[in-house]
Design a protein around this ligand. Structure first.
Ligand code: ZN
Length: 230
């Protein structure tokens, strides 16, 4: 068994972009998963599988969002609820309740209230650093504070352990991976394509990027083959 982890960013109307999918297209993908009897799982469940062969539902899928855009609440959340699906959102703590400061777009980011409502409905949250830097360009001390501060802020506010991490821009090396491990996380998701087998590195879990301009056929092939095709 190999487990697909889907990676989304923005779900909103507007210009077709790699990292923005329209709500209609997102809804049709969720409808497909539901019709094919996929069941959403949590990061803890996939970790249990790669580390110890934990039994999972028959057609497991983990749905993830990076960056924590407000549209994850306004557009994706109602669609996910319709199918009784749960997702995991990786947050950049400095920008919660504000506009994102790491790209020119100035996109709105989730508020704590929105995050808390989704948490009550069974969504999980992870860290995507404090300010969304390219970790490869930072000093050791700065990397450590990005990894630790975001974890602490989320744990204090959400009152639960934050055990998973995603690397901004998918940038990592073995030193950074070790620092994430050392900061007390249990696992991290990369942007390496493919599905997750048993004995996958828990700090380099694979994800399938779902791009805004992918067709339905792309989506189905990506899900089945575990890669993002051109
Ligand atoms: Zn990001």
């Amino acid at each position: 068994m190999r487990i697909p982890v889907l990676m989304y960013h923005k779900v909103s109307p507007g210009k077709k972009e790699k990292y923005r999918i329209s709500p209609e297209k997102f809804a049709s993908q969720m409808e497909y998963l539901s019709k094919k009897r996929y069941q959403t799982i949590s990061p803890d469940e996939i970790l249990g599988f790669v580390k110890g062969g934990r039994a999972l539902p028959k057609r497991p899928v983990l749905i993830t969002f990076d960056d924590g855009y407000k549209d994850n609440f306004t557009h994706a959340y109602p669609i996910l609820k319709r199918y009784n699906f749960k997702a995991t959102i990786f947050l950049v703590t400095q920008y919660i309740g504000k506009k994102n400061g790491w790209s020119k777009g100035g996109e709105e980011i989730l508020s704590w209230e929105e995050i808390e409502e989704m948490k009550r409905e069974g969504f999980s949250f992870g860290s995507h650093t404090h300010t969304h830097p390219n970790l490869l360009e930072l000093s050791r001390d700065k990397v450590l504070s990005e990894i630790r501060d975001s974890k602490r802020i989320l744990e204090e506010r959400l009152e639960e352990p934050i055990s998973f991490f995603t690397y901004p821009y998918g940038k990592f090396n073995s030193r950074i991976k070790e620092m994430v491990k050392g900061a007390g996380y249990s696992g991290a998701f990369s942007t390496l394509p493919g599905k997750n087998s048993r004995n996958e590195d828990p700090f380099l879990l694979r994800r399938i990027l779902i791009r805004g301009y992918d067709t339905k056929l792309h989506f189905i092939l990506n899900l089945k083959l575990g890669r993002s095709r051109i």
